[in-house]
Write a protein that binds this ligand. Structure first.
Ligand code: PRT
Ligand code: ZN
Length: 265
């Protein structure tokens, strides 16, 4: 029997679409990605992409419409879905934060007792307030949360923040982090051995892309007499090519991107 394709749900348009598509392409998965397309099968890997609204992805995975998906941890936590996180992806980083007007004299969470908080994340916020024994009124709104205090709808907001400029331009100050978030690969628990095999192959590639992004390939020319000195500093470095003139060599090495190794003075 022919094994069916693994189905991966990714955001159709929005902040996670481009990095998700780019990740799959870096995994050497070739597919068409027209905006009008809702699904697209890869030409060279047993996977099919489903392009969906991010909020719907956890439910589609639970219902078996998709097997795996890429969403923000914030969306997964809000959905209450049982889909499991199988890999953190390192993009779409942000935080769900509480913010007040800058005129609000905030000292600690107790200041929120009895206040109205506007958010698109009532479930995460409700759990956070309960865990901290704060009684506040949650107003659920689906967008433009940052204008809620200005129009008298709420005293406080709970919204996603990355650079902080939206809060700043709306006269708000960030006062507490409710949760940190980044894009994650999520999966249904019961994929069966064939689909799990495809998922393992995909994960191997995702991890290789991640590892490659954390290293720099160093290639330099050096006089032959300094080769030994380089080997002392970078034992894994190797003589890649002889180069002209004869007393020179090209040396190659891998070094972590954040802290490139010193290969000489
Ligand atoms: O249409 P669909 O439902 O699929 O998309 P969406 O509009 O719900 O989501 P989208 O594309 O805005 O965000 C998708 C995911 O990106 C979120 O669920 C987060 O996991 C992640 N992400 C990362 C962000 C941000 N950073 C972010 N800054 N999502 C939203 N924002 C918004 C925030 O709501 C606020 O309006 O950006 C504004 C704040 O940004 P700064 O830089 O001014 O702080
Ligand atoms: Zn959404």
């Amino acid at each position: 029997m022919r094994v069916r394709n693994l189905k991966i749900a990714i955001q159709r348009s929005g902040r996670l679409n481009e990095p998700s598509v780019e990740l799959l392409r870096k995994c050497d998965i070739a597919f068409d990605n027209g905006l009008a397309k809702l699904r697209s099968a890869a030409y060279n890997f047993p996977i099919e992409m489903l392009f969906l609204r991010d909020d719907d992805i956890p439910q589609y995975i639970e219902d078996g419409v998709a097997d795996i998906g890429i969403v923000g941890e914030n969306v997964l936590a809000e959905s209450g879905s049982k889909a499991a996180v199988i890999e953190k992806l390192g993009f779409g980083r942000c935080r769900l934060a509480l913010a007040t007007p800058r005129t609000f004299e905030y000292t600690n969470l107790e200041c929120l007792n009895g206040r109205r908080v506007a958010t698109s994340y009532p479930n995460i916020l409700g759990r956070f307030l309960e865990a901290n024994r704060i009684t506040a009124e949650i107003h659920t709104i689906s967008g433009s949360v940052e204008i809620a205090p200005g129009i008298g709808l709420a005293d406080v907001i709970c919204d996603l923040v990355s650079s902080g400029s939206t809060l700043f331009t709306n006269g708000l100050q960030e006062v507490e982090t409710v949760m940190a978030s980044e894009a994650v690969l999520i999966s249904r628990g019961d994929l069966g051995s064939d689909l799990n095999g495809i998922l393992e192959r995909l994960l191997f590639r995702v991890r290789a892309v991640h590892a490659a992004g954390q290293n720099k390939y160093i290639l330099l020319n050096t006089p032959n007499e300094r080769l030994e000195e380089i080997r002392q500093l970078r034992p894994a470095a190797f003589r890649a090519l002889p180069v002209a003139p004869d007393d020179q060599a090209a040396v190659a090495d891998l070094a972590p991107s954040e802290r490139p190794g010193r290969m000489g003075r």
